[in-house]
Design a protein around this ligand. Structure first.
Ligand code: CP
Length: 313
């Protein structure tokens, strides 16, 4: 049985397969002949945090793969009244064929995977957001390969990505891990205190991956020569108490038209959404031809369907 808790749970070859499947599922969506690898299965979607894209795309995705999505709000389970995570994992495993879980601590995902007996998918933890990163690299590969799935991974190799703002967040960690796995240079630019920490460095080592990332406090240096510029919200879920200080510290890292000019002329702009226009990104960038944010959002559906199909195979 396989789980998908972090980027490196699949090999490069498996990722190539996932991307090819995602492309085929995108092309064939709605056709009668569409694959139904989750037929007669029920998959739980357990969310401890708010979500629009992940929740809806997984719900639709499980349905389109022939399965039944079972929405589980953490507040409505006995978990919220003290039942242990271990007992919850064991019980849910007796009903469900798989579990998609969004939570705060990554260790909760690991506990569900260890104690339960069905595949667990990370739908975001405070540490990593692997479904988003696979989608983002798939979205870039679609563009950079000229739409040729045989060239998807090759088209990513050697590219430079700049990530600005909260460089200690789960998306930054996921870029560090995903970039090393796929041979993409990742330059992170944020306030000094937000340099990525020891946990992600240890993860790279334990996965046997050479780092392809660097950190700077200079946003222009980070963006110079970049093929794609990325940002995420400055105040992640659970960090609301730090809002005022974060907004002050991260102001120099706002992605605006002036900063985009330092990137390659053909550089793309991406954001995992939700966006806070006027904070981490200017509205004019969100609306610009460089912005592919809604392709990203759509591709969550196709990529996650391919991940689920791979786990079910
Ligand atoms: N990008 C992302 O995970 O969006 P949601 O929080 O809306 O699921």
């Amino acid at each position: 049985m396989r789980h998908f808790l972090k980027e490196t749970d699949f090999t490069r070859e498996e990722i190539a397969g996932v991307f090819a499947t995602a492309a085929a599922m995108k092309r064939d969506r709605g056709r009668c002949s569409s694959a139904q690898p989750l037929a007669r299965q029920s998959w739980g979607l357990l969310f401890f945090k708010k979500s629009t894209r992940t929740r809806v795309s997984f719900q639709v995705g499980v349905h389109e793969l022939g399965g039944q999505p079972v929405m589980l709000n953490a507040d409505e389970l006995q978990l919220s009244r003290g039942e242990s995570a271990a007992d919850t994992a064991r019980v849910l495993s007796r009903y469900l064929h798989g579990l998609v879980l969004r939570c705060y601590s990554h260790s909760l995902l690991e506990e569900f995977a260890q104690v339960g007996s069905v595949p667990v998918v990370n739908a975001l933890s405070d540490y990593l957001h692997p479904c988003q990163i696979y989608t983002d690299f798939f979205t870039l590969a679609e563009r950079w390969s000229g739409g040729n799935p045989d060239r998807y991974l090759e088209s990513l190799k050697g590219r430079k990505i700049a990530f600005l703002g909260d460089t200690a967040c789960n998306m930054a960690n996921s870029f560090i891990l995903g970039g090393a796995l796929l041979g993409v240079e990742v330059v992170l630019a944020g306030p000094e205190d937000y340099e990525p920490g020891g946990e992600i460095r240890t993860q790279l080592k334990s996965d046997g991956l050479a780092p392809t990332w660097s950190f700077t406090t200079d946003p222009v240096a980070a963006v110079r020569g970049a093929d794609m510029v990325y940002t995420d919200v400055w105040v992640s879920m659970g960090m609301e108490a730090e809002k005022a200080e974060r907004l002050r510290q991260m102001q120099p890292y706002q992605v605006n038209t002036g900063l985009m000019r330092a990137a390659k002329p053909e550089a793309l702009f991406m954001h995992c959404l939700p966006a806070h226009a006027g904070e981490e990104v200017a509205q004019e960038v969100l609306d610009s031809p460089a912005s592919i944010i809604f392709d990203q959002a759509e591709n969550r559906l196709h990529t996650q369907k391919a991940i689920l199909a791979h786990l079910a195979s």
